[in-house]
Design a protein around this ligand. Sequence first.
Ligand SMILES: [Zn+2]
Length: 418
Amino acid sequence: MKKYLSAVMIATLAIACSPKEEETTVDYTTLSDAERLEVAKKIAHETIMVDGHVDLPYRMKVGGFTIQREILDVSVRTDGGDFDFPRTKEGGLDAPFMSIYIPAGLQSIPGASKALADSLIMMTERLTTTFPDKFAMAYSPADIEANFEKGIISLPLGMENGSGLEDDIANVEYFYKRGIRYITLTHGTDNLIGDASYDTTSTYGGLSEFGEQVVTEMNRVGIMVDLSHVSDNTFRDALSVSKAPIIASHSSVRKFTPGFERNMSDELIQAMAKNGGVMMINFGGSFIDSAYATGTAKVREHLVNYMVENNMSRTDSAFEAYAAEYVASNNPFPTVQRVADHIDHVKDLVGVEYIGLGSDFDGVGDSLPTGLKDVSMYPNLIAELLKRGYTREEIEKICYKNVFRVWKDVEDYAASQK
Ligand SMILES: [Zn+2]
C-alpha cells in the first residue's frame, strides 16, 4: 500500500483544480526533473499553444506538396523538417502560424511576390482540405479555441515580407480576405514599406511613406503588425504609427547576441511593452546565443581542412560519417535553458505579459537547441520554466494568452473603425 502520494501525483491532482487553488498548493521547483517533465507534458496538452512562426509552407513548396502526389505528407511523421502532425500532437502545439514567406529576391520582379503569397496560401488551404480531421484554417482566436476543442491543429496565416502587397495599398484588404492575420513588414532587405535589420542601405531611415499607409491600413482591416526583421528605426516608426499593439512573431533578446539587430534591444522591448504588444521568442541557435554563430563557423572550418587533408570530397560516405559525428559532438548547440534565459530576461525587464513563442521551426536549419529540436519538444521548455518557478498561469500567458490579447485588441480596433 502506498503511504503517500508521489509529488507528481499531487501536482497532477492540483492541475485538475482551478489555477488559483493550484498556485497555492504546488511548488513545481521541488519536483524531480522526470516528475516536472510529466507535469509539463500535461500542461502542454491542456493549454492552447500558439507558435508565432513555422516555415512549413515554404518547406512544402520546396518539397513539392501536391494534391495528387503527396511528396511531402506532413499528416504522418516525416524524416526531415521540424514539423508534422504526429510530432505536433506529441508536443501539445495547437496553432502554429504558417509563414507565407516571400524571399526578398522577388521584390524586383513586379507581381512575383503577390503570386508566390497566393500560391503558398493555397498550398496551406489544401493541407486543411486534404486532411480535415487533422488541420483547419483559423482566422481568429475564437477559431483556434473551437479547433482546439475538436483536437484539430489550427493553421493561422502570417505573411513574412510585406513585399507581397506589391505597391498597392488595396492588397492589404485583399490579403485580409485571403486569411492573412499578420504581416512581417520586411524580410532580409529594405522593401517599399521600410528598412530591414539585415540591410545596411537605410533606404528610408525607417518606415517609408507607403509603409505608414500600410500600417494604418493594417490597423483598419485587422491585421497584426509584425516587427520581426525590421531595422530599429522602422521598429520605432511603426510603433508610433500603429494604433493597435504590435507583435514580433519570431525575435529574441539582443542582450545575448550583441550587435545582432534582428533581435530586440532592451529599449525596443520596453517600447513594445508600453504599446501592449508581444514578442515571440525565436529558438534558432544564432538567435539565442552568439557563441553558437562563432562556434559553428570553427566547426565548419575544421571540416573543410579535414576534407582537404584527407583528399576527400563532400559526398564521400566516409567524410559524411565523420562530419555527422564531429558536428554532433563539437557544434556548440545552445540548450533549452538558453531559450528560458531569454524568457527570464523579458519577464524581468517588462513582465511576463509580453512574451510568446515563435520557434522559427522549419526555418532555421539544424541550429536548434538541444531539447528543442522540433515541435514535439515544447514540454522541455515548459519543464524548464516550472523549474525556474513560473506558475501555470504565467506559462499559459506565454503559450497563448498574451498573443490572443494582442490579436483581440487588433480585432477590436478594426471593429471600431467600421
Ligand atoms: Zn524570418
